[in-house]
Design a protein around this ligand. Structure first.
Ligand SMILES: [Zn+2]
Length: 239
């Protein structure tokens, strides 16, 4: 099985632009980790189908302001039962529908940035009908500034897979035992660890680098066969 990186098609006809952010999020952490010194929050980790509006303290997830480690851990445990099982919940993880405005021409598949994937509802349904696995479409709450606009859904993606050690620095330290920070930079040339890749999901985030959205060969074949547009695929080496 081959695997591919999802990338936005940069052809000029794809003028679609979403000026929108997720409804809720876990805050960043104010103080530095006492072990490794890292702080702040992550980018690109989102669960757009997770609705926290019934939590008694959901208003605390409206505020982007950093909080203490103790308060972060408390809020994280409130959200955990609502999130997919076993999934990472880091400072800055976001939830719920994106809200904002949109305009322009959107391909059948659309990426606002490398870590977010949207599809027209029809495209999602056609891929599901073709047997593609791992497609969970979540509603968005976006005002289009044009009359004819697509019914876009954002995908909520599972996390799977690791980099192969051959593409990581040989002196890479293990993740911080206190905060879990992996201190990892995107490799210059990505090589995926074949043994860590799923056999039963056709689109997912790389668990070790979740700003990368990965497609299986099955998904790429289906997208090409159905002539769905808006993204391109870059084959990744696996080892
Ligand atoms: Zn740490």
């Amino acid at each position: 099985m081959k695997f591919y990186l999802f990338e936005r098609d940069l052809a000029p006809r794809y003028t679609g632009d979403l000026n929108a952010g997720h409804r809720w999020g876990l805050p960043g952490v104010k103080e530095k980790c006492p072990t490794c010194g890292s702080s702040g929050g992550v980018v690109g980790l989102a669960y757009p189908c997770v609705d926290v509006s019934n939590l008694p303290e959901h208003d605390k997830l409206d505020e982007p302001w950093p909080v203490s480690i103790a308060e972060f851990n408390r809020l994280r445990e409130l959200v955990r039962p609502l999130a997919p099982q076993g999934t990472p919940l880091e400072p800055g993880t976001s939830f719920g529908p994106v809200e904002g405005s949109a305009m322009g021409y959107f391909g059948q598949l659309f990426m606002q940035n490398p870590w977010s994937l949207y599809m027209h509802r029809e495209a999602l349904e056609r891929l599901q009908a073709a047997g593609i696995r791992g497609l969970q479409g979540c509603p968005i709450n976006v005002r289009f500034r044009q009359k004819n606009h697509p019914h876009l859904l954002e995908l909520q993606l599972e996390l799977h897979g690791q980099y192969h050690p051959d593409c990581l620095p040989p002196d890479l330290k293990p993740p911080c035992p206190t905060c879990g920070d992996a201190n990892l930079r995107r490799p210059e040339r990505t090589i995926l660890d074949a043994a860590s890749l799923p056999g039963d999901v056709d689109v997912f985030r790389l668990r070790q680098g979740w700003t990368n959205i990965i497609a299986s060969e099955r998904l790429v074949d289906a997208v090409r066969r159905l002539e769905l547009d808006g993204v391109v695929f870059q084959e990744l080496e696996t080892r």
